[in-house]
Design a protein around this ligand. Structure first.
Ligand code: ATP
Ligand code: MG
Length: 455
């Protein structure tokens, strides 16, 4: 690559002309191009910026396209009928094209050079509002990572690199712009972004960017739980959840997001690790296949170890099974939501998935049919399958229920007989052995989930 240097603009700036980079307009959404052209025609500067430029240069297909411009939000609104202004902390324009939204942000300045038209507010080193307009150079340096500060110029299709992002793309490295400690203090969520983007891109986190995790990770406890929920969705439900999870753990950041999960894993609960990793891998596979995923299932997976242990604890204190599971679920959800604000519609489903787990151990005729017709049966059954790692018995239970679903109802009813256990037959091969054992243990299992949590 032979970039031109423009020392008049910024000593470190590189302009990579159109023929020397791989971005093609074919890979940019029509909506984003329309916004860029419209701003340009109106006499404004207009750039594609951030993750989209990064991902295009890496040969990927960005899921969203962000635009940066010197037009103010009000000026942007004046150009597009399908435009609404959003955000107080970070004011920007959304230009809406059916299901696609193009985010248009005005260049942010530092305020040091008399920027006008907005305000910036910093509390204890944290940026709580950032609405001072500035130049593109200032806009570049307030971004988080160097690979996220590349600009694709619609005027001549060149890429502008103010901070060395092209080098980092080549090195496959996440480097922060500026002083790492200060940048994390301004916004602790950048630590999670480092881990997430490194996992997604298959990059390493530069030593200087990773070093402060140990001392500054706890600042994440001050981040807004609603924002951490959004970030956790991007970590675990965007197609690379398993890699994100491993990266978070390796960075020592998991404990700030999911303290109970991190504690259990640190204790060496290998069955839980297997369950969590398999749950994440299945989620990634579903996303890759274009299938739907529910956050509730995954959060139920992540918190399972804690809820199971607490439920057993309450049962040991004499609470009956239902009450013990309910108490455990309420406690675990309440603790977790102090960190990550999981919306009620999801926690409700999580509680149901957990509460149904002990009921899989009750193989009586009536109860089997009742459980199968429960609206949450499918999710709870998928969850049971993940628990195969807990013990051989759990694996057998999973096989039994899998088989039971494939039998026509009359055959299942016959197999279950008068409330007993399916007899050995060619239809219930998988069920026979575990079912016999289970019958003997039915009572303790009914009250206390037997040995299922002992792995
Ligand atoms: P992806 O969309 O693939 O998750 P992204 O880098 O595009 O990654 P976004 O959250 O869409 O992430 O942010 C768009 C751009 O805004 C980033 O590339 C970065 O330049 C800037 N940005 C986002 N969050 C921050 C932050 N917390 N601090 C500084 N800059 C940020
Ligand atoms: Mg993005």
């Amino acid at each position: 690559m032979n970039p031109e240097y423009r020392s008049d603009v910024s000593p470190a700036m590189r302009i990579i002309p159109r023929e020397q980079h791989s971005i093609s307009r074919k890979n940019i959404s029509k909506a984003a191009l329309r916004v860029l052209y419209r701003l340009h025609e109106a006499g404004f500067d207009a750039y594609l910026v951030g993750g989209a430029v990064r991902d295009l240069l890496l040969g990927g297909h960005p899921k969203d396209f962000d635009v940066a411009t010197n037009a103010t939000p009000d000026e942007v609104k004046g150009l597009f009928r399908n435009c609404r202004l959003i955000g107080r902390r970070f004011r920007l324009a959304h230009v809406v094209f059916g299901p696609e939204i193009i985010e248009v942000a005005t260049f942010r300045g530092t305020g040091e050079e008399g920027g006008e038209g907005g305000d910036r507010h910093i509390v204890d080193g944290r940026i709580v509002r950032d609405n001072i307009w500035g130049s593109i150079e200032e806009d570049a340096v307030r971004r988080d990572f160097r690979v996220n500060a590349l600009y694709y110029d619609i005027a001549d299709f060149s890429v502008r690199d103010y901070v060395g992002g092209m080098q980092d793309l080549e090195d496959r490295s996440m480097r922060l712009i500026g002083d790492p400690e200060q940048r994390y203090r301004e916004d602790p969520v950048r630590m999670l972004r480092a881990a997430r983007l490194a996992a997604k891109l298959g990059f390493t986190i530069d030593h200087a960017a990773a070093a402060p995790f140990a001392t500054l990770g706890n600042l994440l406890s001050e981040a807004s739980p609603a924002r951490l929920f959004d970030e956790s969705l991007k970590l675990f439900l965007a197609g690379h959840g398993l890699k994100s999870f491993r990266m978070l753990e390796a960075c020592g950041l998991l404990k700030f997001l999911f303290p109970a999960t991190a504690r259990a894993l640190e204790r060496g609960d290998e069955a839980l690790r297997a369950l969590v990793e398999q749950g994440l891998a299945n989620t990634d596979a579903r996303i890759a296949a274009g299938k739907s995923v529910t956050p509730a299932f995954l959060y139920a997976v992540l918190l399972w170890g804690e809820v199971r242990d607490q439920a057993h604890g309450w049962m040991a204190q004499g609470f009956d099974m239902n009450e013990a599971w309910q108490r455990a679920a309420v406690h675990v959800v309440a603790e977790q939501c102090q960190r990550v604000a999981i919306p009620r519609r999801f926690t409700f489903t999580m509680e149901e998935i957990w509460a149904l787990q002990p009921r899989f151990e009750q193989i009586h005729r009536k109860r089997v049919f009742r459980l199968m017709s429960h609206p949450r049966f499918r999710a709870a059954f998928d969850f049971l399958l993940l628990r195969a790692h807990e013990s051989p018995r759990m694996r057998e239970l999973g096989e039994w229920w899998n088989h039971a679903q494939q039998l026509p109802p009359e055959m299942l009813a016959a197999a279950l007989g008068g409330g007993g256990v399916p007899p050995a037959s060619e239809h219930t091969v998988a069920a026979t052995a575990p079912a016999r054992k289970r019958r003997r243990r039915r009572k303790p299992a009914g009250r206390g989930k037997g040995d299922s949590g002992g792995a």
